[in-house]
Structure formats: structure tokens, C-alpha cells
Write a protein that binds this ligand. Sequence first.
Ligand code: MLT
Length: 408
Amino acid sequence: MIRINENYGKLQSSYLFSEIAQRVNRFVDANPNKDIIRLGIGDVTRALPSACIRAFHEAVDELARDSTFRGYGPEQGYLFLREKIAHHDYMTRGADISPDEIFISDGSKGDTANIQELFSLDSRVAIPDPVYPVYLDTNVMAGRSGSFHNGRYEGIVYLDCTQDNGYIPAPPHDHLDLIYLCFPNNPTGATISSPLLKEWVDYAREHRALILYDAAYVAFIRDPDVPRSIYEIEGATEVAIEFRSFSKTAGFTGTRCAYTVIPKNVMAYDSTGKPHSVHDLWNRRQSTKFNGVSYPVQRAAEAIYSDEGRAQIVELTSYYLDNATLIRNELLAAGLACVGGIHSPYIWVKTGMDSWSFFDHLLEKAGVVCTPGSGFGRCGQGYVRISAFNSREQVKQAMKRISEVLLT
Ligand code: MLT
């Protein structure tokens, strides 16, 4: 008799964004004439930058000729892309990262989900609350938690991110092994300052812990003093893995391309206390389980590092940031407290009612989809997240409808 992985039985019924999609689909089936505006899942709506499209086409043409055709690429990604990333995203900001410390992948969702495979099942795992649900769900699937009670899994250390701490958790006094951080934060939009990030790096060094730093939304930071990378913090190359994505930076949510940085100095320990290179473990994992991202996609990603591409992604992300400003201002004018939306495409809104009830209310009355805050963790109860990823016209229309619903 084949038996299931019973850890799956501990999970909440479905993945947050699948649950939202199901509810929206049911609503659309019941109300086929209702116009729905989607500000839920953070999925981009604008076209890929023209620099990427051109590179994409050229790479496809290369595949059309025997003389330039390419089959399997390196599992770690092509060097042409890894070199551009190391130079532009790290070296120019004083972070000492080399191309062979970068692994190209098909998305940070998969990488942040899979990285936990490398670490022992009895690791003490800390996860912010609220946060992107993939970190928690994948640790539950792997068996690092007990059962779910009162909105939380036993055995997981939750880092509360609330109005009181400005949505930025501080290191605890007791011991942790694996620490997930996400800045700019999904869902609250909070950014972390260098001194606060240094507290985490110092903590990790002292405890021989590892920080998993998700920087998927880094392209939305506009303040030069906000750190782009954890490797801008001294000592971080020994204790941190960083995840970055082209999804929100350059509109690659459907195209799929991201990367994970594992400096060669990052160590994890076996039961005798002997250090092992996490870079080597991930390389072993990737070469066994992954065959790389397609050549045209990597060429398209490379194009964002050209002068033209860099200007285009600033324009692209600024468009969504302008949407975010509009959303923030309209919600504040309608009397709702909110944060985020400044160095982030997400606005975190205090609703004064149960998150799912507010979600249903907006869907039914305004035809607008948001994301219930409680789906990101217990501290998200009473909040919703509104995404700025949509056209200006749709955002304006959504805000008009929301204001009408809230003010009547
Ligand atoms: C979100 O809406 O939180 C993101 O789009 C989800 C993701 O990037 O997988």
C-alpha cells in the first residue's frame, strides 16, 4: 500500500492564491456580467521591455539554425547572464559576489520552496508573520512542524511583524537555525534599514544560523540608503542566501527567470559540527533535479542589464509605483489606514474587519479582487493586501469603486 506524506494533511486546505482564484471563479460564474478588476496576486500586466523582446527574438533565431543551435545549457545558468548579474547587481554596490556564486532558475517561488531540502528536519525555523506563504507551507510539507492550532503550526518560530515594530522583526534572544526574511516585504511593503539588517547578520554569525533573504521586490526601492542586497552588510556572505527574480523587475512572471546567490563561504554543519559548503549542496541538488532555464529566456534576462534595458525596467517599475501611490492616497482619503506602496508594489490595508469578509465585501460590492491579509499569517488578520500590478485605468476604476463602497 502506497502511503502519503502525512505532513500534507497538516496544511491548510489550499495554497492562498489558488483559494482566491477559486473564490473569484465561483463569483464570476454566478455573476457573468460583473466586471472584475484584479488587484490580488502580484502578476504584472505590462509588456516585456523591448530590449528583452529583441534579445528573445534573436535567441530564438539562433535556435533555428544548426550552426547556432543550443541544447542543454548549464544547470547553473549561462555565464553571460551570471556575469552581468554579479557586476550590475552586486559589484557596483560594493557586494563581493562572483558569477559562480549565482544560480539561474525559473523562479524564486521554486527556489525559496526548495532550499529547505538542504537542511536538517530538526532545524529551528523562523518565519515572519505575515509573509509570502511558500516559506511556511514548504517547511510544513517537509515535516518541520507539528499540527496547526489557533492560526499557527507547532514547532515553527513566528516573527511577528506588526504596526508596533513597523512590520520589521528583530532577532530573538533564543536560538534559531534557519531564518526567512523578505524585503521589500511581501505583503506589508516594509523595507529594512542597514543597521537593522546588520542586527540579523550579526545574530546569524553568532548562532551559526542561516538567513534566507528574499529580495524579489528590490527593483521597487527608490531610496539610495535602503539596502538592495543583504551582501551590502558586512559579514553577510558567510551567513546568507539571497533570492532575486526578474518577474516583478522586468515583467517575467510568465516568462520565468530568477536567480539565487549562495556565496562559497556559507556553511551548514553536520551532526558532528563539521562545516559543509551550502553552495556545493545546492549545486549538487540543482544538477540532479534541474536542467536550467531556456536559452532565449536567459538572453532576454541578460538584456535588462544593457543601458536601454536598465532604463526600461526603471520606467516599468515606476509605472507600478505610481499606481501604488494612487492606491495609497485614495485609501487614505477613504479613511483606511495603510502602509507599503512606497518602495513596493503592495499596499497593506487595515480593514477593521475579518480579512476574508473584507475580501468578499470588495468582490461583491466593488468587483475588485484583493488578497486577504490572514492568508499571509495570523498577524495579517484584519488586513488586506492590494497589488499595484494593473493598468492605470483599471487601478483608477478600482479605486473609484472601492471609495464608493467605503464611503456609502
Ligand atoms: C504574490 O502575489 O504574492 C506573488 O505574485 C506570488 C508569487 O510571486 O509567487
